[in-house]
Design a protein around this ligand. Sequence first.
Ligand SMILES: NC(=O)c1ccc[n+]([C@@H]2O[C@H](COP(=O)([O-])OP(=O)(O)OC[C@H]3O[C@@H](n4cnc5c(N)ncnc54)[C@H](OP(=O)(O)O)[C@@H]3O)[C@@H](O)[C@H]2O)c1
Length: 248
Amino acid sequence: MKLAIITGASKGLGASIAERMIIEGTGIISVSRTENPELAKLAAENQVFFAQYFCNLSSPDELESAFSELTALLQEKQPETLYVFNNAGVIDPIGTAGNLDHAALIQNAHVNLIAPIMISNILLREVSSEMTIVNITSGAAERPIQGWSAYCSTKAGINMFTETAALELQTAGSRHKIIAFSPGVMDTAMQGTIRSSAKEAFHDLEKFQAYKEKGMLRDTETVANALVDLLLQKEIESGKVYYVNDLI
Ligand SMILES: NC(=O)c1ccc[n+]([C@@H]2O[C@H](COP(=O)([O-])OP(=O)(O)OC[C@H]3O[C@@H](n4cnc5c(N)ncnc54)[C@H](OP(=O)(O)O)[C@@H]3O)[C@@H](O)[C@H]2O)c1
């Protein structure tokens, strides 16, 4: 059997990745704080495995505990292929350096950077199935956006982790692969948070408000399909950052 672990599958891009993977006959292990009952229903209709792990990824203790149960499940299921989508992400704190809320900053670093590294570390240590890890990144990893210093920094960090881990896997002769995927701007709750930020906190507020007004935000189904088509139909290059605009 094929399985996919998806963080942040409760909504947005993660939910669309889960829906497409279910249609492809891949079992889903969903990791998030809230659940999306539609996914369990779709999985049942398609007769594929589905499990929900409730976990706040900003807590290393909760992550360790959820993934200790989850790796025991993988030992039992022994999937021949395992996909891991490190998709959960947060944009806050939005604000200029000098005005950042530290609790939000710590949460951002944990969810966007530390959790994907810990998850990769645990699974590379514990899992024998052939594994492809996909870290969802952002264009903000590669260009400074005023008001997003935390988000830009953590997404830049995940790109560098991806490149470094890929080199290590190659040197070790491993069959596992790790890539990053930049999904472009999408119509999700995260964009709602961005549009509701204060002008003094976010320099490009009007530009992002216009993306929504002019219908320039992609729907998550289109983006998820581009990513899953890449994984299922192409030979992927470990360590590479893939951009949705090159795939559509
Ligand atoms: N939207 C865009 O325009 C855009 C652009 C570039 C990159 N991205 C990236 O794409 C990915 C998906 O974003 P999205 O727009 O789909 O976001 P979204 O709609 O806001 O969904 C975020 C997901 O992350 C999960 N999450 C957030 N904090 C969490 C925590 N502490 N513990 C566990 N799960 C947590 C949420 O689940 P729960 O609330 O259930 O925990 C939710 O499922 C992110 O990595 C984001 O940085 C988005």
